[in-house]
Ligand binder design. Structure first.
Ligand code: CAA
Length: 283
């Protein structure tokens, strides 16, 4: 299949990063979000990132202009001429399944529907469509322009051809695809999130201050960010919903979300994006 146009559905921090990376790989990108102002913010984020690349001398003005011009804000109906869709909306199974159902009706028959879900079952998203063989997980890491990994997850009915198309696309986007199976949280979040949740328990139980917890993991384990800083960076709502998926899907109490994480999310303390999480951020 000759792939020219990619639609990214969801223009938040992941969607914008995916759109930028796809445009850098030479694709025409349609950026959709059900909230138009999220697209505006996403485009602004991409422009800022590209300007930094230019300031560092890695791209010329012409190159950054060309990348940016390949991304256009779009309505969902414009999926009718997309060859490949990457869904990157919030981690809500019902909302994702509804979007997949709608996209299935709009997209051309050859189009692949990929989800950037960080933990939800691909087989269930595929079942919301009449093309389960063309549905697949394509899980990018945050910040997308920087992180090398893409987890590739086949649902029960995903075809070999779809898996190969996704792996080739990931390589074209300068990423390394790693195929894993359709288990809750896949591999990345099944390992990362319990570590973050444990760090929140350490804070909740008074085992150490937030700064000390982060310093131990940064200096002692060479993690680029401490787990509480990383949780703020990912979004505490996202961390909580992934823990819920692990807890429900694997049925083991070791995945119980920490009550402090729940409390912060219900207070609207969602991390960097809301200005406050475990730390405070100037907005
Ligand atoms: N967008 C684009 N580029 C970014 C960026 C962003 N949001 N943030 C940082 N960068 C770039 C910088 O421009 C810089 O580029 P160069 O080195 O090429 O000049 C590079 O990243 C390093 O940035 P900084 O020097 O500013 O800061 P740093 O050295 O502290 O690195 C970091 C920042 C890359 C984010 C690093 O702290 C890191 O790797 N943190 C861990 C990130 C991580 O674990 N991500 C996975 C999260 S889990 C996930 O995504 C899965 C999920 O489903 C929840």
């Amino acid at each position: 299949m000759k792939m020219k146009t990619i639609m990214v559905a969801g223009a938040g921090q992941m969607g914008a990063g995916i759109a930028q990376t796809a445009a850098e790989a030479g694709f025409a990108v349609k950026l959709y979000d059900w909230e138009p102002e999220t697209v505006t913010k996403g485009l602004h984020r991409i422009k800022t990132n590209l300007e930094k690349e230019q300031a560092k001398g890695r791209k010329s003005r012409q190159e950054t202009d060309a990348v940016f011009s390949r991304i256009s804000p779009a309505e969902l109906t414009e999926a009718e001429d997309a060859d490949f869709i990457i869904e990157a909306i919030a981690e809500n199974k019902k909302a994702k399944a509804e979007l997949f159902d709608t996209l299935d009706k709009i997209c051309p028959p050859h189009a692949v529907l990929a989800s950037n879900t960080s933990s939800l079952p691909i087989t269930e998203l595929a079942a919301a469509t009449k093309r389960p063989e063309k549905v697949i997980g394509m899980h990018f890491m945050n910040p997308v322009p920087v992180m090398e990994l893409v987890e590739v997850i086949r649902g029960l009915a995903t075809s070999e051809e779809t898996a190969e198309t996704v792996k080739k696309l990931a390589v074209r986007m300068n990423k390394t695809p790693v195929e894993v199976n359709d288990f809750p949280g896949f591999i990345s979040n099944r390992i990362l999130m319990p570590m973050i949740n444990e760090a929140v328990y350490c804070l909740y139980e008074g085992a150490a201050s937030k700064e000390a917890i982060d310093e131990v993991m940064k200096l002692g384990m060479r993690h680029p960010m401490g787990p509480l800083t990383l949780a703020d960076f990912i979004g505490l709502d996202t961390c909580l919903s992934i823990m819920e998926v692990l807890y429900a899907g694997l049925g083991d109490p070791k995945y119980r979300p920490c009550p402090l994480l729940r409390k912060y999310v219900s207070a609207g303390w969602l991390g960097k994006k809301s200005g406050r999480g475990f730390y405070e951020y100037g907005r």
